[in-house]
Ligand binder design. Structure first.
Ligand SMILES: Nc1ncnc2c1ncn2[C@@H]1O[C@H](COP(=O)(O)OP(=O)(O)OP(=O)(O)O)[C@@H](O)[C@H]1O
Length: 257
């Protein structure tokens, strides 16, 4: 199957530091690819380049065959790439349903004036967004929380809400930044299932996650970074036995301990 996301020789430096250097890999439809590596390895920086937050110093990001390098996040979203953030970007005082509806509005191309005048086209869009949002809440298991204020949700539910918001853009590629951070074992398992279901629907998933058990459970393919370089990639079993990967993690542990 063809690649939905292809990362080709991406790199960026901050001052003299090569935070990411010549990293390449690809993600196909329905595949779950994880980026792992010790603290400071360059995972977040790589994510930020892929999702248009940082302009890469070198290399290309190809989305469904088109070069989208350096494209702004909202334009990437319209082309089918959406992402979640490590620090949740939920509107705490809105309801759960309203939060998902705002996800739909990011995707809209319709004239704002139609909304201001309350034209039929705008009302139709609003109805469609509402129906779509309810469907998404069902998909992530938050139907019963639809009218609750988002700020009152448990952490695991907030993480699922954030995924629902990203799905409102109907992405072909979904980037998940630490989807299980701060979650307990039960919540992590629920997020596991959700991610697997989204992948099974054909979405290409790229994730950065510190929970190694989760990564090993759900990834089809793992890319390992250390000091900004890709030091290994492969399936979970292969990567977890790779001496360079073990050395990088042990090295990081010794440095911190
Ligand atoms: N905006 C920035 N300006 C300067 N240096 C940066 C910037 N962002 C990241 N760095 C540096 O680039 C390197 C990679 O950092 P990055 O946050 O991408 O690593 P990470 O693998 O995501 O780490 P963690 O697991 O701790 O989240 C680090 O040395 C970091 O200090």
């Amino acid at each position: 199957m063809s690649d939905l996301l292809s990362i080709e020789g991406l790199g960026i430096s901050f001052g003299g530091l090569k935070a990411v250097n010549d990293v390449s890999f690809r993600v196909r439809p329905g595949e779950i690819v994880s980026v792992i590596g010790p603290n400071g390895a360059g995972k977040t920086t790589l994510f930020n380049m892929i999702s248009g937050v940082y302009l890469p110093g070198a290399g290309r990001v190809m989305l469904d065959g088109a070069d989208v390098t350096g494209m702004e996040p909202h334009l990437l979203a319209r082309r089918g790439m959406s992402r979640t953030f490590q620090n949740l970007q939920i509107f705490q005082s809105m309801t759960v349903l309203e939060n998902v509806i705002t996800g739909y509005h990011l995707q809209e191309k319709g004239p704002v004036v139609a909304d201001i005048l309350g034209l039929p086209s705008s009302r139709r869009r609003a109805r469609k967004a509402m129906a779509g949002a309810r469907e998404l809440l069902e998909r992530v298991g938050l139907t019963r929380a639809a009218e609750r204020e988002a700020g009152n949700l448990s952490y695991g539910s907030l993480k699922r809400l954030e995924i629902a918001r990203a799905l409102a853009l109907d992405p072909k590629v979904l980037l998940l930044d630490e989807p299980a951070a701060g979650c307990n074992a039960v919540e992590t398992e629920e997020i596991d299932h959700l991610i697997a279901e989204v992948a099974a629907s054909g979405v290409a998933i790229l994730l950065v996650e510190h929970d190694m058990k989760m990564v090993m459970r759900i990834s089809n393919h793992i890319v390992v970074l250390d000091h900004g370089e890709k030091i290994a990639e492969g399936d979970p079993a292969t990567v977890s036995q790779n001496p360079a990967v073990i050395a990088a993690y042990l090295g990081a542990e010794n440095a911190h301990g």
